[in-house]
Write a new protein. Structure first.
Length: 91
């Protein structure tokens, strides 16, 4: 089984985005100061359980991950961490 299909099966609700055209919108932050990576998927988690499941999967498969949050969560002037600004994300 493809690892991404496995992850999708572990996460109920279809909140795992794998369409490259949709993922493209999540690749960079508003500062555009870092060359964006190429995420395999984007999880729009709605619970800590979903995050935990995804992190266990990433660890088991040796996949890097990058947290991101809606901009209002971050203090003014602070960079928003995204796949684009995470050195661990595949480029």
């Amino acid at each position: 089984m493809d690892p991404i299909e496995e992850l999708a099966g572990l996460l109920a609700g279809g909140r795992l985005i794998t369409d490259p055209e949709i993922i493209d919108g999540y690749r960079r932050d508003e500062a555009h100061t870092v060359v964006p990576g190429h995420p395999l998927a984007v999880l729009l988690a709605t619970s800590t359980e979903e995050v935990s499941t995804a992190m266990r999967w990433a660890h088991a498969h040796g996949k890097p991950w990058c947290p991101a949050a809606p901009e209002p969560v971050w203090p003014a002037g602070q960079p928003l961490p995204t796949a684009a600004s995470c050195s661990a994300c595949p480029g």
